[in-house]
Design a binder for this molecule. Structure first.
Ligand code: GLV
Ligand code: MN
Ligand code: MN
Length: 414
C-alpha cells in the first residue's frame, strides 16, 4: 500500500479560487453550464491540469481532457467529474472530484510513481440540467448518446442547443463527433460528495456506491384559455395553471408510492404571470428518480395519464415529453470491491451506498468498469449554497481514489 498523503491545503486553496469564478448576480456559488463562468471554471481546471503535468486538450463537446502518460501506454484509467453547478448551488458538487483527481496526479508525480496505464482526467462539460432539458451532456457526447435531436432541443426563448453551444466554443458538428474510444479504458473512477445525509447519520467516512439512480425528466406544456380572474365563472374556465398544479401533486403522490423513489417538480411557469388573469399556458418540468427501472417506467406511465386527466377535466390541452429516460446503473463489482478493500486497508470506515444523485459515472458505466467514492455532506445538504464537506473528510476520499488507481493499475493489466 502506498504511503502518499494528499495535501489538503492545496485542494482547499484551489476550491476557494474556483468558488470566485461564479456569477455574483445569482445566489450561492453559481457556475451554470453554457455561461461565461463555466468557461472560466473549465479554463481554471485546465490550468491546474497543465501545472500538474498533464497534456491537455478540449474535445468537440467541451470536455477538458488531461493525460499523464504511463509506462506502457495503450490502456487508460480515467478519473473525472464536473465544475458546472445548479443555479444557487454549492462549491463541492463535482469540484471535489475534479480537484481530487488533479491532486492524485500531483501526488503520483511528486512521489515518482509511474503507472503502467495512462491516467486520464476529464472535466465533463455540462453535468447539471441545462435549459434545453439535458444533463450529463459532455459524458453523453463521449459515449455517443447525442444526436441531431439533442442539438434541436430549445429553451423557453426558442433558442436551440445548436445555437447556444458556439458561445461556449463548441461547434455543433464537432459536438456530434466527440465519441471517445472507451475500448482502451480499463476503469473510470469518480470521487464525489454524497449530497445526502446517510454517511453522516451512520458515522462512516467513505461511501462505496453500488447503484446510481435512474432519472426520468419530463417537460409538460398545458394550454388553456386566458380569461378575466373576476368575471369568468369557475365552471367555464380552462385554467392551464390548475392543470399544472394538479400534475405537481400527482408527481408527489406517485413518488411517495415507491421505496427510495423521488419525484420533483422543479420548474413551473404560468403565462401570463398576472394575479388577475387565468393562465393561458403553464409549462412544467420535473423528474422521477429511483433504484428500480420498472418502477420508473410505471411512474412515467402514471404521470402521463394523471396530466391528461388533470387537463381533460378543465378543458386544457397538454403535451408531455420525457426528455431523458436513464435507467438505474449498477456499478461494477471489481471496481467497487477494490474501493471497499482500499478503504478497509486505509483504516477508514465505509458503507455501501445508493446514489440518489445522477453522475457522469452513470453514463460512462455503459462503456467501461466504473466505481464511485462518496465523502460525507454536512447535514446532507447539496444543490444549495450551504453545501459543505470538511477538508478532513475530503482528504480520506482522495487517499482512497489514489490507492484505488494504484490497485486498478496493478491488477487490471495494461
Ligand atoms: C445532479 O447533480 C443531479 O443529481 O441532478
Ligand atoms: Mn449536482
Ligand atoms: Mn455532481
Amino acid at each position: 500500500m502506498s504511503t502518499i498523503t494528499p495535501v489538503g491545503e492545496r485542494f482547499h486553496a484551489e476550491l476557494t479560487e474556483l468558488s470566485t469564478l461564479t456569477d455574483s448576480d445569482r445566489p450561492g456559488w453559481t457556475r451554470r453550464a453554457l455561461s461565461e463562468f463555466d468557461i472560466a471554471g473549465r479554463d481554471f481546471a485546465r490550468t491546474l491540469m497543465k501545472r500538474a503535468g498533464l497534456e491537455t486538450r478540449i474535445d468537440g463537446a467541451g470536455n477538458v481532457i488531461g493525460v499523464l502518460r504511463g509506462r506502457l501506454g495503450g490502456r487508460e484509467i480515467m478519473l473525472g467529474s464536473h465544475t458546472d453547478t445548479v443555479d444557487g448551488g454549492g462549491r463541492f458538487d463535482g469540484v471535489t472530484g475534479v480537484l481530487g483527481a488533479i491532486e492524485v496526479v500531483r501526488l503520483l508525480q511528486e512521489s515518482d510513481v509511474r503507472l503502467d496505464h495512462d491516467l486520464v482526467v476529464v472535466v465533463f462539460f455540462n453535468e447539471e440540467p441545462n435549459d434545453f432539458g439535458f444533463f450529463c451532456v459532455g459524458s453523453r457526447a463521449m459515449t455517443r448518446l447525442v444526436d441531431r435531436t439533442t442539438l434541436a432541443a430549445v429553451d423557453t426563448t426558442g433558442r436551440s442547443l445548436a445555437q447556444a453551444l458556439p458561445d461556449s466554443g463548441i461547434d455543433p458538428e464537432s459536438f456530434l463527433d466527440a465519441a471517445y474510444d472507451f475500448s482502451k479504458v480499463t476503469a473510470f473512477l469518480e470521487l464525489h460528495i454524497e449530497q445526502g445525509p446517510e454517511l453522516e447519520r451512520i458515522g462512516k467516512q467513505i461511501g462505496v456506491v453500488e447503484t446510481i439512480t435512474g432519472i426520468n425528466h419530463f417537460k409538460a406544456l398545458f394550454t388553456g384559455r386566458q380569461d378575466h380572474a373576476g368575471t369568468t365563472p369557475m365552471d367555464v374556465r380552462a385554467d392551464a395553471g390548475c392543470a399544472a398544479a394538479g400534475t405537481v401533486l400527482a408527481v408527489e403522490a406517485i413518488a411517495e408510492s415507491g421505496t427510495n423513489t423521488r419525484g420533483t417538480s422543479g420548474q413551473i411557469q404560468f403565462t401570463p404571470e398576472a394575479v388577475n388573469v387565468v393562465s393561458a399556458t403553464a409549462s412544467l418540468e420535473g423528474e422521477f428518480r429511483g433504484p428500480d427501472g420498472s418502477w420508473l417506467n410505471e411512474a412515467q406511465r402514471r404521470l402521463t395519464s394523471a396530466a391528461a386527466e388533470q387537463s381533460e377535466k378543465r378543458g386544457v390541452h397538454v403535451e408531455m415529453e420525457w426528455t431523458t429516460d436513464d435507467a438505474p446503473v449498477p456499478l461494477h463489482e471489481p471496481i467497487t470491491s477494490t474501493i471497499a478493500e482500499v478503504a478497509d486497508d486505509l483504516g477508514l470506515s465505509r458503507a455501501t451506498m445508493f446514489s440518489g444523485a445522477g453522475h457522469d459515472a452513470g453514463i460512462i458505466a455503459a462503456k467501461t468498469q466504473v466505481g464511485m467514492i462518496f465523502v460525507p455532506s454536512v447535514d446532507g445538504r447539496s444543490h444549495c449554497p450551504e453545501e459543505f464537506t470538511d477538508l478532513g473528510d475530503i482528504v480520506p476520499g482522495i487517499s482512497v481514489l489514489l490507492e484505488a488507481v494504484l490497485r486498478v493499475d496493478g491488477r487490471f493489466g495494461s
